[in-house]
Ligand binder design. Sequence first.
Ligand code: XMP
Length: 320
Amino acid sequence: MIQEIPVARLNVEEFINTQIAAIRQAVGDGLAVNALSGGVDSSVVTLLGHRALGERLKTYFIDTGLMRQGEPEWVVGLFARLGVRVELVPAQEEFFTALRGLTDPEAKREAITQTFYRKVFGRLVRESGARFLLHGTNYTDVEETVAGVKRQHNILEQLGIDTQKEFGYRVLEPLVQLRKTGVRMVARALGLPREITERPPFPGPALAARVIGEVTPERIALVRQATAIVEEELADSGAFQYLAILHQDMVTGIREGKRQFGYQIEVRSWESSDAVIAEPSRLPWEKLLRIAKRITTEVPGVVSVTYNIASKPPSTIEAV
Ligand code: XMP
């Protein structure tokens, strides 16, 4: 069982040095790859890996087609300014093909895992000759997956998956003993900019975790637009996480005097410290009305906007 390092016992400099040494020792004079999403976990792993291996680590941004507006270019540009070259890998078709027709949440998560680790990473590892994948799994991810709450898309070995046998590479998880607060402390010490260190969490399955029912390019486009509005409106709210969800059911609305059978968007905003338990934010009514107004006018076909007022548990932060 993995030993957690609680923040009270975390010596950040020592942690960084230990992890760099461990990566160097494991990889030897070989090559490693990692996927950067722009979240704090994968950003920290990218910097630790580059400090440990330099050019012997190849960093990829996998464009799954499920990311937020402008995200691939933003992440690649930001890391270029930090001196880290990130290769953009277009994989939209592979992900949408794998997700076609799936509506069950765990089946969707499994399809994303398989596409990510078997197809896309299997290929990248083969092409690059790497034998290791560096991965940003943290302690909470492991805990929730092992407890059977949700299958976090990035958990492999803890579920008994032999990555060497299944996918042809070994996984190194330098952050597996830390929770998010600890990861953010390490991020600051590594000199990552605030846009990354204070970034609200975003799930590995990306916007697919926010589409109830089938994930198609069209439905992702809707939730992407709604997400951009919610993120813009709540950027200064201080909430832990805020998001938009596209419902599967459609409802009758009215636009310009005509019936419109349209989409429903659910807005969620969470107060939490570690995502394990969470409360809905007490947002000002005026703010909620403004978000609803913008979503129904700016996102085509949306006729209903709701705000989630349930806590986690029994709710979860994402909808899928
Ligand atoms: P839930 O929805 O389980 O989310 O309450 C808890 C926290 O984890 C994020 N999340 C994920 N992160 N891979 C990740 O790396 C995943 O598959 C995943 N699913 C949820 C979620 O955004 C929240 O911060």
